[in-house]
Write a protein that binds this ligand. Structure first.
Ligand code: AHR
Length: 492
């Protein structure tokens, strides 16, 4: 029996809801077809946004959505996406498949989507191929309430009141698709852009996020923090879980993967903890007396595309293995909520580790979706320390702890989320609660079905959460977690 201890006497603070954020790029079928079907579609929609997708994302509790990229952001000129749709420029999406981008989904549509979702928008501006003036105008267009050229233009396009967009990204992957810059050069640009991204309302201060490092590029974080840390509120980090190799064609399949790739995937996911600790240490060293948050604004699995689909569209299936990746990452973010203030899984619909897949009018919820829903209670709750006894399990060099945990406390009670990474053995858990009160009731839910199980069109309900028996013990509770599962326990 594995002993777990939930110690409410120690906490890293509040878990920012934005840790449960998502990402939507003009890439493949994420925006077009996945979210936005246009005002004339037969698919049920409201102002062009798919009703089924909006409802599902709301039920999951989406707090924040990043847009328009990704790599697309540094080729995007926001003026192409405002005004009458028939006169919007048709451009080539040079990053993703060379397809025509008709700009029918632009600033107004994105902010209408966020209104329907009741979530915070996070806009990534164009630093790679744009100008300071263009970016500064975009902020003014979105946020100026009084009289100004941009505010008048916005009103002319039908939006009277400002949207007060808080979160702004200063470029994306400036070291790569965002301009192939050296950190010193980007740090100077970041200072310049940050200077001209103005606040238009003292009650709605904007939050500026610098384009951060890839994986373990600690020098990038150091230079940005040293040179520009005093002008930003957050710095990003991108880390994808790729089971096999970085090559475009050999990342490994999303389904039907061999057992050692199940474990390489989990092993590589666990690296997130070291990355966060190491980048955070650098951020703290240079942030001075202000807090600069770590924003993991791209994370998730990246596999080979589904056979027969456009390689530029990054469409992949999603199994219980993805659910474990989500559970591990979310546990790590919860446990580091003193420095991680935002995280955005890539991407929300039909791209990479999506929570929703669509096919024409059909929609399904992936195992990853269910993890976000099961973890929803952590949003805004007080993190509490947790520890679980583990042993190593795996194949060859890829040995991982069999259990992974995080916990929080809110007025709804305590929420304890545990993943069983072992694909063959169930885990008996004896969870002791310290400093929480012993609880009058425990409710368990579990997501399982074998590590390669997934939902498909025609068999949408294969993987979904079910009740998990749990018994109060007097100082906590006991439960048995099936192999390859994610469990959530609520103690009231
Ligand atoms: O999410 C897909 C791509 O991955 C994004 O556009 C880019 O920022 C990253 O390299």
């Amino acid at each position: 029996m594995a002993k777990a201890i939930i110690n409410a006497n120690r906490s890293q603070g509040a878990i920012h809801p934005n840790i449960y954020g998502h990402f939507s790029e003009h890439l493949g079928r994420c925006i077009y077809n996945g979210i936005y079907v246009g005002e004339n579609s037969d698919i049920p929609h409201k102002n062009g946004m798919r009703t089924d997708v909006v409802q599902a994302l709301k039920a999951m509790g989406i707090p924040l959505l990043r847009w328009p990229g990704g790599c697309f952001a540094d080729t995007y000129h926001w003026r192409d996406g405002i005004g009458p749709k028939e006169s919007r420029k048709k451009i080539v999406n040079t990053n993703w498949g060379g397809v025509t981008e008709d700009n029918s989904f632009g600033t107004h549509e994105f902010l209408e989507l966020c209104r329907q979702l009741d979530c915070q928008p996070y806009i990534s501006g164009n630093v790679g191929s744009g100008t300071v003036q263009e970016f500064s105008d975009w902020v003014e267009y979105c946020n100026m309430g009084g009289q100004s050229p941009m505010a008048e233009e916005r009103r002319g396009n039908g939006q009277d009141t400002p949207w007060n967009v808080k979160y702004w990204g200063i470029g994306n992957e400036a070291w790569g698709c965002g301009g192939n810059m050296r950190p010193e050069f980007y740090a100077d640009l970041c200072r310049q852009y940050a200077t001209y991204l103005r606040n238009y309302d003292k009650d709605h201060k904007i939050f500026k996020i610098a384009s951060g490092a890839s994986v373990e590029d600690y020098r990038w974080t150091k230079v940005i923090m040293e040179q520009a840390g005093h002008l930003i509120d957050g710095v990003s980090l991108h880390y994808y879980t790729i089971p096999r190799s970085e090559s475009w064609q050999d990342k490994g399949p999303a389904t039907g993967f061999p057992r050692h790739e199940y474990f390489s995937t989990l092993w590589k996911t666990l690296r997130m903890e070291d990355l966060i600790e190491n980048h955070s240490r650098i951020v703290r060293q240079y942030q001075g007396d202000r807090q600069v948050g770590l924003c993991v604004d791209e994370w998730g699995t990246w596999f080979d595309v589904e056979p027969g689909t456009n390689p530029g569209f990054l469409y992949q299936q999603n199994t219980m293995r993805d659910a474990l990746v989500a559970a591990i990452n979310l546990n790590i973010f919860n446990n580091h909520c003193d420095t991680v203030v935002m995280a955005n899984i890539a991407q929300v619909v039909n791209v990479l580790q999506a929570v929703i897949l669509t096919e024409g009018p059909k929609m399904l919820l992936t195992p990853t979706y269910h993890v976000f829903q099961m973890y929803k209670g952590h949003q805004g709750a007080k993190h509490v320390e947790s520890y679980v006894e583990t042993f190593l399990t795996g194949e060859g060099e890829y040995q991982v702890p069999n259990l992974h945990i995080s916990a929080s406390e809110s007025k709804e009670g305590a929420l304890i989320t545990v993943a069983n990474l072992d694909d063959r053995n169930s885990a008996e858990l004896d969870c002791v609660l310290s400093g929480l009160g012993q609880g009058n009731a425990v409710e368990g839910r579990v997501l399982t079905g074998g590590c390669s199980a997934y939902n498909d069109f025609g068999s949408e309900g294969i993987v979904k959460p079910t009740a998990l028996a749990a018994e109060l013990t007097g100082n906590g509770f006991q439960a048995t977690l099936p192999p390859c599962s994610v469990a959530a326990f609520t103690i009231k």
